[in-house]
Design a protein around this ligand. Structure first.
Ligand code: AMP
Ligand code: GLY
Length: 430
């Protein structure tokens, strides 16, 4: 088959390495350009990194037009919320990812909550406040535990699950004192839900919406799901808690309602709609949040199981032909990824540590997606972020996939390496 598709991937995390890696498996793909990419995307054949900022919309569009880019795929939420899609579309480019209006579903928790209420999507009871005194008096009336959320994008750090009223009051003060910048102009106070979290990422062309395999993340830094929240320390798919019955309910009660309500607001949403759900012990489902992009590290376990060429799905979303495609094809089995982090993460950490053993790990059968890495002047791969590598194993079942990932990690080293030893504990104990 003729290679004809050139894709530009915006972002520099493990998610973007996985997107580039998956796209390059398709015979149709001539080239992938990552902006700015990382040490992993720099090492992929037929892939180059372009040193532009993810919010340099003019630079990205000029390059894409000059270079004959077929499709731009936007990884992170920040450029989506700033309107990268609107900007590039206005130049005639095809872009996978919603425009600024649609990205509000992630960029404003108050906006997303109002949309869920309007659409009849099950979600936690919530109230929105513009100033601290009213928020505190509401919290006083509700009691703890209670959840306090900064309205806007805060890199996953704007949510406090407060066990006590004092913690909730402190979180409210921090938000209104500007700790999250303009993300903290409003606060959303929410009832505290209990249960298991699951991530349902779905592809949509604004009319049709098709879920990918369900995944589960591990947000806390320490084993046993304790300690501080992080961007995610490991994941696996397909998550068994998302039974076919649950997925059918998510389709009708969450995904279709969201897309219909966006459309009713005049928002043509094309890309990924990611629903973060809480499943209560009695099976009730509620949406904790929506994201307007692929999850990280969920993508690193979903894409290794995908058989349908990714660019076919993405182009169908962008060109509003998703309903015409055959069902998405998946490999049998399971995938698990373990995140290796820099010592100190999610607090302060050092960068620039030389990473060894990636090729040896891959020789053991794992796929290593780079997150915070880069090539130094000697072309060595060095650490360049808090979450450094995503070591991904696949297998016939979770035991195999998880064992592969941990076997791969034994080959890898860098100063201060930290990872959780219990990724997948839920599925292994079931
Ligand atoms: P969010 O960014 O809204 O998904 O929140 C980040 C994390 O905070 C979630 O993944 C949950 O672990 C937790 N969280 C958010 N909302 C709630 C809630 N209503 N009840 C319990 N935990 C929550
Ligand atoms: N893994 C959580 C996220 O992507 O938001």
């Amino acid at each position: 088959m003729r290679k004809s598709v050139k894709v530009l991937v915006v972002g520099n995390g493990g998610r973007e390495h996985a997107l580039a890696w998956k796209l390059l498996q398709s015979k149709q793909i001539e080239e992938v350009v990552c902006v700015p990419g990382n040490g992993g995307t720099a090492s992929l054949a037929r892939c180059q990194n372009l040193a532009l900022a993810v919010d340099d919309f003019e630079g990205i569009s000029q390059f894409a037009l000059q270079h004959g880019i077929t499709l731009v795929v936007v990884g992170p939420e920040v450029p989506l919320a700033k309107g990268i899609t609107d900007h590039l579309q206005a130049q005639g480019l095809l872009v996978f990812g919603p425009g600024r209006a649609g990205a509000q579903i992630e960029a404003s928790k108050a906006w997303a909550k109002a949309l869920m209420q309007e659409a009849g999507i099950p979600t936690a009871k919530a109230a929105v406040f513009h100033e601290a005194a009213a928020a505190k008096s509401y919290v006083q009336g509700q009691g703890a535990p209670i959840v306090v959320k900064a309205d806007g994008l805060a890199a996953g750090k704007g949510v406090t699950v407060a066990e006590t009223l004092a913690q909730a009051q402190d979180a409210i003060d921090a938000i209104f004192q500007g700790q999250f910048g303009s993300a903290g102009e409003f606060v959303v106070i929410e009832e505290c839900l209990i249960g298991q979290e699951v991530s349902i990422l779905a592809l949509t062309d604004g009319l049709t919406i098709r879920p990918l395999l369900p995944a589960q993340d591990h947000k806390r830094i320490c084993e046993g799901d304790t300690g501080e929240n992080t961007g995610g320390m490991g994941a696996y798919a397909p998550a068994p808690i998302a039974t076919p019955e649950l997925m059918a309910r998510v389709q009708t009660e969450v995904l279709e309602r969201a897309i219909a309500t966006l459309r009713a607001k005049g928002i043509d949403y094309r890309g990924v709609l990611y629903a973060g759900l809480m499943i209560a012990p009695n099976g009730d489902l509620k949406v904790l949040e929506f994201n307007c992009r692929f999850g990280d590290p969920e993508t690193q376990v979903i894409l290794p199981l995908l058989e349908t060429p990714l660019e076919e799905l993405m182009l169908a979303c962008v060109q509003q032909r998703l309903a015409e495609l055959s069902p998405i094809a998946w490999k049998q089995g399971a995938a698990a990824t373990v995140v290796t982090a820099a010592g100190g993460y999610p607090g302060g950490y050092e960068k620039g540590k030389v990473i060894t053993g990636i090729e040896q790990a891959e020789a053991l059968g794992v796929t290593v997606f780079h997150a915070g890495t880069k090539l130094n002047q000697q072309q060595q791969v060095v650490t360049d972020g808090g979450r450094v590598l995503n070591v991904t194993g696949i297998g016939e079942n979770f035991e195999q996939a998880i064992a592969h990932a941990y076997t791969g990690i034994t080959a890898i080293n860098f100063e201060g390496i930290y990872y959780r030893r219990d990724i997948g504990h839920r599925v292994l104990s079931e």
